[in-house]
Each structure stands twice: as structure tokens, then as C-alpha cells.
Design a protein around this ligand. Structure first.
Ligand SMILES: Cc1cc2nc3c(=O)[nH]c(=O)nc-3n(C[C@H](O)[C@H](O)[C@H](O)COP(=O)(O)OP(=O)(O)OC[C@H]3O[C@@H](n4cnc5c(N)ncnc54)[C@H](O)[C@@H]3O)c2cc1C
Ligand SMILES: NC(=O)c1ccc[n+]([C@@H]2O[C@H](COP(=O)([O-])OP(=O)(O)OC[C@H]3O[C@@H](n4cnc5c(N)ncnc54)[C@H](OP(=O)(O)O)[C@@H]3O)[C@@H](O)[C@H]2O)c1
Length: 444
């Protein structure tokens, strides 16, 4: 029987487990599946952990999410086509839920599909090589400290790419008297109450961590961008300046001459696509971009069609795009989708890569990733979902952010799966200090 190894049980790993179960439900015989998960529970980044650095077994902690993290895009843009928010929560809920609520939703579908039985928890893949036409996977059960080698016909990499921080160096860091950390290790904005902080970066982590710190009482927040400022209308107490030049004692000195005394520096400088367990010939080498090269349809490894990567793109679309990828990967594995010739694969990849390289602004990027997702959606039996509405929602969301970065999360969107219009949350985001599911679900 065909054997498939899936590495990771975050949203992407769970998407492909559900895709196989969906095929089985329809009467198809599915391959033998083993999903390796290095954490003791599923849900990937959404499975919050207080830990940073390494765990009790000495393994690296992949978690990058923090307390008080709320969805930064409307939930209607990531809804599963086969498992709506209405089905899960049995009542309409606001468009921007906190992490715990989305975690509950992700797990709801996985539990309904009964896919936990496929997952080996606390089991880290330490090596994967392609030899004798098989993937030889070495894994370590961390609890038992037991190493196992097993052969598989297909390999699906779903280990995410927001777990290994990119940490730059600036002059003066070694003698800086405060705290320096990367967003990956940021857990609780309360730590920075009454402090002056500097946040470096100009993407989602910089935006959100800066706002969190402001919301939970930081004295001042200075954001240093490298190339382009985010340019939002920041509230009083927050500002955006150009790139850090160096540190001098407690003083952060920026390229535009601006100086700011600071207690802490939070590096929101992005993440590395890092696959230490993969042999070089299988390893995707890319930055965080919308169309990493060498992946046919953004999924199948160009040099070995028995290997798939899920979720390796920079992401506007998330869960339902992961699903479209997972359903596609499943059908390649089950032989329903045939690979075209090497030339056609090359041509297809180049087309997307060149298009991506010409994109100039977020609106064009949203269009690009929507087209990509729609293209994949057409290839499988992933259920009906209105990606045109999702495209519109993303554009409205961008405009809401430009209008007011403090209030964009208070808006309501409609479901591309059920049509349900989200109620307005009982507390505006800027005043909602409690991010628990219990409080979120209460009507006022
Ligand atoms: C701070 C932050 C906030 C975010 N907020 C949002 C948001 O609001 N909305 C949104 O849609 N997206 C958000 N994202 C994007 C997020 O990447 C996706 O939502 C999603 O988690 C990606 O799923 P994944 O399965 O690809 O990766 P992950 O969630 O990273 O899961 C990967 C899994 O692989 C496991 N793993 C890794 N290496 C190994 C190994 N060698 N062996 C075995 N198992 C392994 C990990 O333990 C983990 O469980 C956020 C990301 C970050 C970093
Ligand atoms: N739910 C939420 O609210 C939330 C919160 C945080 C993160 N997220 C998610 O997390 C994911 C990762 O986002 P991210 O912002 O961490 O990574 P990212 O989108 O890859 O952005 C990396 C940032 O690092 C900057 N950078 C790189 N090298 C630098 C250097 N040497 N000095 C200063 N800046 C440097 C880049 O600047 P340049 O642009 O100049 O290259 C860019 O702004 C995204 O999917 C996002 O949606 C969500």
C-alpha cells in the first residue's frame, strides 16, 4: 500500500489529513498515512505556548504566537469551505476573533474528521532523504528518546515557516542595557507597560506587536522601518522612523538622525524557511514571498513529484488556501492529478514567479494570491466557496487599515461560505483587554 508521511500537524498538516478523510468519506481507498508532530498537541502556531527557546527535551520551540493575539484579517477570508464558522460555533461571531477562538475552530474540523489517530505526537523528524525511490524518514520520539527509521512513498512538508526567527545584528547590541528579543519570543505585552520600546520591521509582526505594546500601556513605541514605512496614522505615543543605525547605551540612533532612549528592542525582522531535517536536494530555499520558486502550483517539488510542500507562501489567504493546496496534493498522491511534462511545469512556475515579481502594491498582491488560490480550487473537489467575495473583503480590509489602524478590527464582513453577516463585537478591539474565548463569545 502507498505510504504517505506528513510532517507537522498545524493548519496545513490538518488540511491534508482532512483532505484524505474527505476522499475516504466519498468511498475512495486512501493511502496509509503517518503524521509526525514534534509538539505534544496539534494546531501548530495556534497552539499557544508560554515556552521560548527550547522545550523540556532540548528541542526548539516552534511557537511564535503571543497572548492577546487577535486575528489580523477577517475570519471570513480564511473560513473552511467544508466547515463553516456557523457550523462550529452555532451562532454568528464577530469578524476578528482572538487566537483561542480560531484555535477552537481549527480543531473543531479536525475532531469532526477524526484525524488525530494519524498523528504521532512528541515526535520530531530529524532527517529525511530520498533513496531507493523512497523517502527514508528518521524521527525521534522525544518522550521515550527513541529513534525510528521508516520508508514512505510520498512526503508532505507542513512544518510552517514562521518559527525560526531571522535575527539581524546592529552595532551596540552587545552593550545595550535593556532587553533585546525577536517577535518569535514575544509572549506578553504587559511586560512592556510604562517602558519605552523600539520595534524594528514594517510588516505584520511589527505592526501588531507595536500596537499590542501601546494597547497594554507602553510609555512610547518607536517603529524603525528598513525599506518602506507602514505609513498608518499611529496614535499619540507611537511613531515610525527610518531604520536603526546603531545603539549607544540605552539610546537607539536611527538613519534619519532620530534618537530615542529605549528599555527594550523587539526585532520583528521576519523568519527563515528552515528545514534542517531535509537533505539538500529536497530543501526549499526561499525568502518570504507569494510564489516561492521550484514548486509546481505552489505545492509539488519540481525536482521530485513525490514531495509536496504546503503553506510555504507569504500569506494573505491562509486556511482555505492551505485546503486548496492540500486537496491538490492529495489528488497528486492518489493519481487523480497527473503531472505535466517538465517543460510545462517549468513554464507554469515561471509564469507565476514573473507575475509575482512585477507586483507593486498590496492590492495587486491580494489579486495575485486570489488568482493562484482560484486556480488550485478548480483542480480538485474542494467544496464551493466564493473567492471573489474574499478578494473584495481583503481589499476592504486594506482600506479599513489605512483609514484607522486602531479600529479596523471592529468591522464586520460576510461569509463566503454561508452568507452570514458577522455581528459587531461587544467591545472595540482597542478596549478589549481580555482575549479569552469565554469573554469573546458573550453578547454584551
Ligand atoms: C505571530 C503570528 C501570527 C499569525 N496570525 C495569523 C492570523 O491572525 N491569521 C492567519 O490566518 N494566519 C496567521 N499567521 C500565519 C500562520 O502561519 C498560519 O495561520 C498557520 O499557522 C500556518 O500553518 P502551518 O501548518 O503551515 O504552520 P505551523 O502553524 O507553523 O505548524 C507547523 C507544525 O509543524 C510542526 N513541526 C515543525 N518541525 C517539525 C519536525 N521537524 N517534526 C515534526 N513536526 C514539526 C510544528 O510543531 C507545528 O505544529 C500568524 C503567524 C504568526 C507567526
Ligand atoms: N494575527 C496577527 O495579528 C499577527 C501578528 C503578527 C504576525 N502575524 C503573521 O505572521 C507572519 C509573519 O509576519 P512578520 O511580520 O513576522 O514577517 P514578514 O511579513 O516576513 O516581514 C518581515 C519584516 O522584517 C523586516 N526586516 C528584515 N530584515 C530586517 C532588518 N535587518 N532590520 C529591520 N527589519 C528587517 C522586513 O523589512 P523589509 O520590508 O524592509 O524587507 C519586513 O518588514 C505573517 O503571516 C503575519 O500575518 C499575524
Amino acid at each position: 500500500m502507498t505510504k504517505v508521511a506528513i510532517i507537522g500537524s498545524g493548519p496545513c498538516g490538518l488540511s491534508i489529513l482532512r483532505a484524505f478523510q474527505h476522499a475516504e468519506e466519498k468511498g475512495n481507498e486512501i493511502p496509509e498515512i503517518v503524521c509526525f508532530e514534534k509538539q505534544e498537541d496539534w494546531g501548530g502556531l495556534w497552539n499557544y505556548s508560554w515556552r521560548t527557546g527550547s522545550d523540556e527535551f532540548g528541542d526548539t520551540v516552534p511557537n511564535s504566537m503571543y497572548r492577546y493575539l487577535w486575528s489580523n484579517g477577517p475570519k471570513e477570508c480564511l473560513e473552511f469551505a467544508d466547515y463553516s464558522f456557523d457550523e462550529h460555533f452555532k451562532q454568528p461571531i464577530p469578524s476578528f476573533p482572538p487566537r483561542e477562538v480560531l484555535y477552537d475552530y481549527i480543531l473543531g474540523r479536525a475532531k469532526k474528521a477524526n484525524v488525530k489517530k494519524y498523528i504521532k505526537f512528541n515526535t520530531v523528524v530529524s532527517n529525511a532523504v530520498f533513496t531507493r525511490n523512497k523517502f527514508e524518514i528518521t524521527s525521534v520520539n522525544k518522550k521515550e528518546n527513541k529513534t525510528t527509521k521508516e520508508d514512505f512513498d510520498y512526503l508532505v512538508v507542513a512544518t510552517g515557516h514562521f518559527s525560526v526567527p531571522y535575527i539581524p545584528y546592529y552595532e551596540g547590541m552587545n552593550s545595550f542595557p535593556g532587553r533585546i528579543l525577536h517577535g518569535h519570543d514575544f509572549r506578553d505585552a504587559e511586560e512592556f507597560r510604562d517602558k519605552d520600546i523600539v520595534v524594528l520591521g514594517s510588516s505584520y509582526s511589527a505592526e501588531d506587536i507595536a500596537l499590542q505594546c501601546y494597547k497594554y500601556g507602553a510609555k512610547s513605541v518607536t517603529i524603525g522601518y528598513r525599506n518602506n514605512p507602514m505609513g498608518f496614522k499611529w496614535p499619540k505615543g507611537m511613531k515610525e522612523v527610518h531604520y536603526l543605525d546603531r545603539l549607544d547605551g540605552k539610546k537607539a540612533i536611527f538613519k534619519d538622525g532620530h534618537e530615542q532612549n529605549t528599555d527594550a528592542i523587539i526585532l520583528c525582522s521576519g523568519y527563515l524557511h528552515h528545514f534542517p531535517y531535509l537533505e539538500d536536494a529536497l530543501k526549499l530555499k526561499t525568502g518570504n514571498r507569494l510564489y516561492p520558486p521550484q514548486l509546481y502550483k505552489g505545492v509539488v517539488w519540481q525536482d521530485n513529484h513525490k514531495m509536496m510542500y504546503l503553506g510555504m507562501q507569504d500569506q494573505f489567504h491562509t486556511f482555505n488556501m492551505f485546503d486548496c493546496q492540500a486537496w491538490f496534493a492529495r489528488d497528486v498522491i492518489m493519481g487523480k492529478i497527473k503531472m505535466p511534462s517538465d517543460q510545462d511545469i517549468e513554464k507554469d512556475i515561471n509564469k507565476w514567479v514573473l507575475e509575482e515579481e512585477a507586483l507593486e502594491d498590496p492590492i495587486q498582491m491580494i489579486d495575485f494570491q486570489t488568482e493562484y488560490t482560484k486556480d488550485l480550487h478548480l483542480a480538485s473537489d474542494y467544496p464551493e466557496i466564493d473567492f471573489e467575495l474574499i478578494r473584495k473583503h481583503f481589499k476592504d480590509w486594506e482600506h479599513h487599515k489605512e483609514e484607522d489602524i486602531m479600529t479596523y478590527r471592529n468591522n464586520s464582513f460576510s461569509s463566503a461560505v454561508t452568507g452570514t453577516v458577522a455581528p459587531i463585537h461587544h467591545t472595540p478591539w482597542a478596549e478589549a483587554m481580555d482575549d479569552s474565548m469565554k469573554t469573546f463569545m458573550k453578547s454584551k
